[in-house]
Design a protein around this ligand. Structure first.
Ligand code: FE2
Length: 256
């Protein structure tokens, strides 16, 4: 996930400085049980309320295998497929680092999992949010390329002092986007796909706004990073959003 405010030193800093060993063997029996509990609960909750590419990705990447996935095992399937790989990080990374990773087809995943006592409350995205929410879609070739492109846009926007534009674009699609599929409203974003509380709310609540997605609207719509979203942007289709995002240049992003 991203933070709305771009802060910190934007000088030359390598994303590799933020990579840590996953230390998969350090996950306890209870950590693995928490993953299994979250996985079973979320798959049942989502059913077919999520874009089909997400469910395809779960199968392709064998994420239903019990226990916290190990980064190397995941990469052994993901990297030959779309060129993406995951790396472990200790927590939220700064936006410039995050976008630089995406631009090189690297996705950071937390090297920790929430506790059983905090199943539905997260201060920082853990490996369940990152691996269950994000990684399945990175097995989809065009979506994977779109995500890389968003990384490039993010790097350029931050250099121009306009990082919030890319952050909003990312937020309203990759993180909290909805999408139509065969006329039905589906979850697209990882923040929704991995959330027990917000997945149904985003689709079914009468209390939230749902507006058609466009890159212009996404870039100009602020978001909340510490609460359920008051509004969601709905893609006409996954394919149209991918095409629209891939067509967006960094120069255009700064003008929208
Ligand atoms: Fe996320």
């Amino acid at each position: 996930m991203l933070q709305e405010t771009i802060t910190g030193d934007q000088s030359a800093r390598s994303w590799a400085d933020y990579v840590v060993p996953q230390c998969w063997e350090s996950f306890t029996v209870d950590d693995h049980a928490v993953w299994d509990l979250l996985f079973a609960r979320q798959v049942e909750l989502l059913g077919t309320r999520v874009v089909s590419a997400f469910l395809d990705g779960i199968d392709l990447l064998k994420l239903s295998h019990p226990g916290v996935p190990d980064v190397e095992g995941l990469n052994a399937i993901l990297e030959p497929r779309t060129g993406w790989r995951t790396v472990a990080v200790a927590g939220l990374v700064p936006d410039d680092v995050f976008f630089a990773m995406l631009s090189e087809r690297v996705f950071p995943v937390g090297n920790f999992i929430r506790t059983r006592e905090q199943l539905d409350y997260l201060e920082a995205p853990d490996c369940f949010h990152d691996m269950f929410g994000h990684i399945p879609m990175l097995a989809h070739h065009d979506y994977a390329e779109m995500t890389r492109h968003v990384g490039e846009l993010g790097v350029a926007a931050i250099v121009a002092g306009e990082g919030h534009r890319a952050a909003r674009l990312y937020w309203h699609s990759v993180e909290f986007g909805l999408a139509k599929e065969h006329g039905e409203l589906k979850i697209l974003g990882a923040g929704l796909a991995s959330s027990f509380g917000e997945s149904h709310l985003s689709l079914e609540s009468d209390e939230v706004e749902r507006l058609p997605f466009s890159v212009r609207r996404a870039v100009n719509t602020p978001y909340k990073h510490d609460a359920f979203q008051p509004r969601y942007l709905v893609s006409q289709s996954l394919e149209k959003t991918i095409a629209g995002m891939l067509a967006l240049t960094a120069e255009e992003l700064l003008q929208l």
